[in-house]
Every structure is written in C-alpha cells, then in structure tokens.
Design a protein around this ligand. Structure first.
Ligand SMILES: [Zn+2]
Length: 421
C-alpha cells in the first residue's frame, strides 16, 4: 500500500473513531421555519423548550433554523402543518454531512502532510491551534506576542496575541472568536486574519498603516472548553462547560449572555438546560469574567469585534433595547465602509444594523457590555457565513473565502476607526 494511502486510512479511521464517541447526528435534519404572523412566531418560540434551535425566531420575517432527530421529525412536522407555519428542509442528514466533511478533511490533511505550511483552509483541533500559536509567534517575533488572558473552567489556558510594531502606547482594537464553540468558522477566521496581519505588514500599505497606528489584540479561541468538546463529544455544543451544583445535569451557560450588562433580561432563558441560559449570576463564568477584566484593563480600546456564525451580519449595540445607541451613525458608517470592501471580494451580502434588529432581543452580550460599561465606541458582534444552507456545518472550503472577505471588511473598518479622532 502506498505510504500516502496508509496515512490517509489511518487519519480516516482515527476521525471516524472520534466521531463514533460523540453524539451521533445520523438522521438528524435541519428545518428552516418562516413564521408569517405574530401568532406563528409565538407558536414557534413555544417549541424552544423541546427542540434545539440553531437560530431563534423572534419577529415576523426573521427565519429560524431548528435541528431535529429522526424520532422528533414527525412531531415537528405535524405541529408546523397544524399551524400552517411555512417550513423547508435546510440539511437533509446532518450526520451524513459531518461525515463527508471529515473524510474530505482527512484526505486534504494527509495529502499535505509533508507541506510544513499551516493549512488555513481546514478546521483545526484545539491542540493544533495551540501549536500554531507557538509556531506563528516564532515566525514573527517582532510583531506578535502571545500572552495568558484567562483560565477556563476545566483549567485550560486561554491565550491571546498582542500584535504590535513597537513599545509606545497606541490605541487598540480587540478581536475574538469562538465564544460559542460550535461556530467553527469564527475561530478559523481568527487564524486566517492573524496570518494576514503579520504576513502583510510591510507588504500591503493599508495593513502597514493600520498596524503603525494601532495595536491589535486577538483572541482566537475564547470558549476553549466548549471547542474541545465540539471535537470530542458533541459537534453542536455552544455553551461553557461549567457545572451548576443546583442543576448538575445541565452543563454550562451561554457565555455571550453572561456579561454584566442587563444580565438575565430579555432574550435569555432561566432554564439551565437552555442554550440561552445566562448562568447563575453575571460573570459567573470564569472565562467571561477574566476576558472582560483583561479588556477593561487595556487603555484606549477603540473597537471590538466578537466573531460568531452564522447569518452574515455585523451588529452594533444594543441587544436589549430597540433604542439606538448614541454612536449609531458613526458605527454604521464604519460598518458600511467595511461591508463595501467585503462585497467587492466575493459578492457576498452582509447586513449592518443593531443586534436587536438583526437577531432579536438579547441581554448580557460582549458587544453591549464593552459599549455600555467600557465605552468602546465601535463594539460589534459579527455573524460570518453562511445564511443557513450549511449553518454550523459550513464546509472547510468556505473558510478561506470567508476569511478573505472579512479581512477586507476589517481593513476598511479599522481605517475608519483610526481616522475617527
Ligand atoms: Zn454565536
């Protein structure tokens, strides 16, 4: 047997063994629901206690996605048909799709195994990302320095980069990915952008000018415990992995509902098993508290983007009220400039608006916190690709295009932020 073939089979059997230890999504489907009346919106919301929503319905005209097992399928369809809620199949067999992607990834990794360059076009495990952080710091010691930002509930170290050209104090931009662990492309995008920043400094005049004027802080994997869990146990784990003594069977909480801003208000769930559970108290999650403290300790942070997926949106505060933030006009100007550059790359459409207008009410998010409590004017949450065709199972071959377009967004956005003095 040729060497490459045995390696390929080795990788494949390893991957399949890993997949077999986790939640089996064979026969699961993802449906898109499009309620047309307020009554239908409420009827769909009533399903949230029983079904796992990838995206919630909060208003008329805002579609939502729900994943169902083979056993749940008929119950859901009957419920929707009885109430005439428009719906369609987005993913016919989630397990099959995951398996196909694992096979493609294994083949790609084995075919590149002698290529020493890091492959930004595939999803990587936490261990691989930690090694990549060491390697890229070694490759660009003058520009990039990693540091300890927090320790996770399960005791993992959470490391971030400071990307800087010098020792003088400069304004700062903070970027983070993967606060929700199943949103893999948000993490892959952080890796892609890190490499663009350091490799294009001194090459691309736009990047050089940005990095001469600001320092960039970049946290590639925020929710490290959750991310590890998505590779070893459940591909669609969203929350932290903390144990709540009062409800030991419901693990974790939504870290992006755990910030100390309007905590536990609208758009959260008091049910500890819910994906929208904000935790027992504000900043109950050690990762959230430590990262928030770190950002609070930085001087002159001008902008923050927390990357998520999916939906193709850049969102400003607020999530908890329909009131517009005082800086909304400037925020939209920065966003529209970014969006124009983004569109020029692959013709993809992203939307700029407030969190509440785009995803419905939510409280305790990082963008609301850093805008309200830390006064970071350009605080954003971003939802990367796609619009639901693959959802959280976005194929590896969309990582680079996603990175390219959002990198273009970032350059135009950062230019606006720097010029706004
Ligand atoms: Zn998210």
């Amino acid at each position: 047997m040729a060497w490459w073939r045995s390696i390929w089979l080795c990788n494949l059997s390893f991957l399949l063994a890993v997949a077999a230890t986790g939640v089996d999504y064979n026969g699961y489907r993802v449906y898109r629901l499009e309620p047309k009346t307020r009554l239908q919106v409420d009827q769909v919301i009533a399903l949230e206690t029983e079904f796992d929503f990838w995206k919630e319905c909060r208003s008329i005209g805002q579609p939502c996605d729900v994943i169902v097992s083979g056993e749940q399928n008929n119950d859901l369809l009957q419920y929707l048909q009885d109430r005439e809620v428009p719906h369609s199949i987005m993913i016919g067999d989630v397990g099959q799709l995951i398996l196909e992607q694992e096979i493609e990834r294994a083949a790609r990794i084995s075919s590149k195994h002698r290529d020493l360059d890091f492959d930004y076009g595939v999803y990587h495990t936490l261990a691989d990302i930690e090694q990549w952080m060491v390697d890229i710091e070694d490759a660009y010691p003058d520009l990039l320095e990693s540091f300890h930002v927090a320790t996770s509930y399960e005791g993992r170290e959470i490391r971030a980069f400071k990307i800087s050209t010098g020792t003088t104090e400069k304004p700062k931009i903070w970027l983070d990915g993967g606060i929700h662990s199943r949103e893999w492309v948000a993490i892959a995008n952080m890796l892609y952008m890190t490499n663009e920043i350091v490799s294009q400094y001194g090459v691309d005049p736009e990047v050089t000018a940005i990095l001469d004027e600001v320092d960039i802080y970049l946290l590639p994997v925020f929710n490290v415990d959750g991310y590890e869990y998505t590779w070893t146990a459940d591909r669609f784990w969203r929350k932290t992995r903390s144990i709540n003594d009062d409800f030991p069977s419901c693990v974790g909480c939504d870290p992006n509902r755990n910030f100390d801003v309007n905590w536990g208000m609208n758009g959260t769930s008091s049910n500890p098993c819910s994906d929208l559970y904000p935790g027992p108290s504000p900043f109950s999650e050690i990762e959230v508290r430590m990262v928030a403290d770190y950002i609070a300790g930085l001087f002159d942070v001008r902008a923050l983007i927390a990357y998520h997926s999916y939906g193709q949106m850049y969102m400003t505060p607020y999530g908890f009220t329909y009131e517009y933030p005082p800086d909304f006009e400037d925020q939209m100007e920065a966003c529209n400039k970014g969006n124009e550059a983004l569109y020029a790359v692959h013709g993809m459409e992203y939307t700029c608006d407030t969190l509440i207008n785009l995803v419905g009410p939510n409280s305790g998010s990082s963008a609301d916190y850093t805008y309200t409590a830390l006064k970071i004017k350009y605080s954003f949450g971003a939802e990367l690709r796609d619009k639901g065709q693959f959802g959280f199972v976005l194929p590896d071959n969309q990582i680079i295009p996603t990175g390219e377009e959002n990198w273009a967004f970032f350059k135009a956005f950062a230019r606006h932020v720097i010029d706004d003095v």
